[in-house]
Structure formats: structure tokens, C-alpha cells
Ligand binder design. Sequence first.
Ligand code: NAP
Length: 254
Amino acid sequence: MARSRTPRSRVAVVTGGASGIGEATCHHLAERGHRIAVLDLDTAGVERVVKELRANGARALGLTADVTDRGALDAAFAETRAALGPTEILVTSAGLVAFEEFDQITLEHWDRVLAVNLTGTFHCCQAALPDMVAARWGRIVTISSSSAQRGSPKMAHYAAAKGGVMVLTKSLARAYASHGITANCIPPSGIETPMQHRDQAAGHLPPNEVMARTIPLGHLGTPDDIAAAAAFLASEEAGFITGQVLGVNGGQVL
Ligand code: NAP
């Protein structure tokens, strides 16, 4: 049976859409003609991105919500449905990075890092899936981290949460394949974003030139590098790709 690969305008919710990888993903999806709901904690950032998307001719909606707050998320997806239509694409880029020696991690911080990175992804997927099931079409792209692939001595909480995101994604791929929904995961590494700049300024990460030496391609990546991959995985053409982990990391073999 032939499946249509003709691009259609879909409704995409992008969490963490006010900055870095999420922001770039909003623009890449908009360039493909999709309607964009920009969801983030950062209200001013959401307003800025929505303004830029609209200036470029896209239909866009701003949503301020914490991905750990299920009530706020359900309301945000309902608002998206009313304003733009049912959600058919979800990209989960909201994330909270953390660096601590393992024996210094408090239970409270462990819980918060898992709540934002892993449970937040769970909430967003569960909130988005009913629309996708009804449409018999959907694309979920989760943003994990290379720290989940190699482990990270000072990021046990973060790496554990991001590893959970990866396996959650594979599980969703298998659970929803028969509904025409794909789920894939991108674990970035070395992408120049506000998050990475903050981590460098705090001394948690080395400067760019040192990081670049560990990357076979010899330079760091940009938010656009991840956004391009996310937009492809969210496309009609990627309909036979599901349950995959796509490293976008300059050639690091993990
Ligand atoms: P970023 O520039 O800091 O963007 C992340 C956005 O998520 C920020 O706008 C942040 O808002 C928002 N956010 C944080 N917690 C949230 C919450 N609870 N609810 C809603 N929004 C929330 O970081 P990025 O580098 O683009 O990171 C995007 C994703 O890639 C993250 O999941 C990160 O873990 C992952 N990642 C990035 C790299 C890299 O090299 N940059 C590497 C591995 C993985 P606030 O600023 O207000 O907190």
C-alpha cells in the first residue's frame, strides 16, 4: 500500500522552545510549514520566539508551562488544540542539566532532575498522544543526551534521567507503531547553546577549543544541527524510522 509522503501542515508542540535546541527546532518546523506551539518556563523567551516565528509568516502560539506540572501541560495542549488544532508532532527539548559528585547529590535534587528530564517527557508524551492516536499519525522526537550513552561521573542524576528518556522513547515506538506514530530520540553532545555556555562559565565544561578536540569533525555543533535532524524525524519521509537513537554529535562513537 502506498503511503503519502506529501508534506502537510501539522501542529507541533516544542518544549524548551524558548532557547537553544528547542528554539531552533521551532524555526525548522515552521520552515516546513507546520504550526508551532512554543512551550517553555521562560515567558519572555516564549514571547520572543513566537514573535520571530510570526514575523517569518508562521502560525505560532506561546505557552508558559513547567513540564513537571501535569495540570498546566494538559491545559497547554488543550489551548494548542483550540488555537492551532490537534497536536501531531511533539519535540521534547526542555531539560535541566546538573553537575555534582555522586555522593553530594541530595534526594531532593535527584528527584528534581528526574522530574524535569524524565517525568516531564513522560507527561508531555502522555498529554500529546491522544490527538496523535485520533489522527492515526504522529511524530515524537525526544532530546536525550550523550551522557546517557557513555555515563558521566558528575552527572549521574542527569545521565540516568536521559537514559530513561531513551528507553521511554523506544517503548513508545513499539507501543504506538500500529497507530501510525513514530518515536525517536536524539542524544546531543557538544552543542553551543545558552545551557552549554552557562556550564562553561561555571567551570563544569571546558572551553570550546578543548571540547572540539574530542569531536572527530573538529568543531562543536549548533542548535540548527539538532533541529534539522528533529525536523527530518518529524517529517512524512521519516515514517519508516521508529524506536531509533540518532546521534548528532560530530562523529563521536558512543
Ligand atoms: P537551553 O538553551 O537551556 O534550553 C532549554 C530550555 O528548556 C530553556 O528555555 C529552559 O527554560 C527550558 N526548561 C527548563 N526546565 C523546564 C521545565 N521544567 N519546563 C519547561 N521548560 C523548561 O538548553 P539546550 O542546550 O537547548 O538543551 C535542550 C535539550 O538538549 C535539553 O534537554 C538538554 O538536556 C539537551 N542536551 C543539550 C546538549 C548541549 O550540548 N547543548 C547536550 C546534551 C543534551 P529556563 O532557561 O527558564 O530554565
